[in-house]
Design a protein around this ligand. Sequence first.
Ligand SMILES: *Cc1c(COP(=O)(O)O)cnc(C)c1O
Length: 392
Amino acid sequence: MKMKYNKNFDNLVDNYLFSTIRAKKRAYEEAHPKTKIVNLGVGDVVGGLSQTVVEAMQKAVGDYLSPATFKGYPPEQGYEFLRESIARYYSRLGVNLSTSEIYISDGAKSDIGNVLDLFEKTTSLIPNPVYPAYVDTNLIRGNKIKFMEGRKENNFLPLPDFSDKNSYLIYLCSPNNPTGAVYDKKQLSLWVDYANQNHSIIIFDSAYESFIRGDYPRSIFEIEGSRTCAIEISSFSKRAGFTGLRLGFSIIPNELEVQKKKIGKLWLRRQSTRFNGVSFVIQKGGEASLSEKGSRECTRQVDYYLENAKILKDLFTNLGYDVVGGVNAPYLWIDCKKDSWEFFDYLLEKHQIVGTAGAGFGSLGKNFFRLSAFALREDVEIAKERLTKGGI
Ligand SMILES: *Cc1c(COP(=O)(O)O)cnc(C)c1O
């Protein structure tokens, strides 16, 4: 038998989204070297990090000097001090977790892909438009995908179809990337009821929970019944600026079972086989970000992005566009009334503003445009001035 590669890779659609954006931006810069381009296209934080977090990490590095305080391999599930801090954070949301239900990782994206190791090949229910990693990880695994439609009519918040009795892995991301839409408690309760009825599992991505200021659930575990049907995947990337440091976690309730098998046990086995943990320094930084002072500093940074989002939302609304998101979320989802790549070129040429073409997030994004509030205020102000003066 000759070696064969995993043919599932042939099912991936080449994702040229961010490379195309980079290429277009670079071409424009080369042709107009004196013009400043305002980049509202990326989903990465701009920093700087909280003082409390940086100091905690500096102190932790010092521990490596002496054998007495040196740290080797971290515990498989993550340091207890960090899991305790996370549990305390959740208790303030009214969610009681045991530290045994919290699994530290190097980021939400890893867990999103890795969680598929726990289940037989299946069909996944995935929104369209969507964060591309959900689709691609399922295709590589050989899973089938059933898309659920996010449209203006449902405020980009698909709800369960109770007439469909199949079991699925159900992907929910709230606040959403790319649309910025946020599920309320009643809507999430429908999903939890549906999942429990059909023996489905909800994969709840709460990467943007820290942007919620209104009365919306920050965790799926605020919903009654969720402990028997949900896994929550979360991250320090957006709430504390850890995109480059790498820290996330998954929550798997002790009750969560499939065919009487405890999913948390499978996950721990999977992680201890394939993963050797996150460094002590980074976990100390994560702990500091959850301290009273660290939380305050991180919240201030998130507030700054939310203010950017508000400026951009008011701007595009005043220009006559329908805008979803931008409240309780760092992303604005703009009905650009034309092909999203056309709109991309237009904004770049006319105003030297870069966003993200909605087409890159699925077929239903093709006439929408994502703007990111992860930017410096001065850049947002420049964008505002250009658009206000020059029109659109
Ligand atoms: C940014 C983001 C994450 C976070 O990923 P990390 O690997 O923790 O940096 C997860 N989910 C979505 C939808 C995101 O946009």
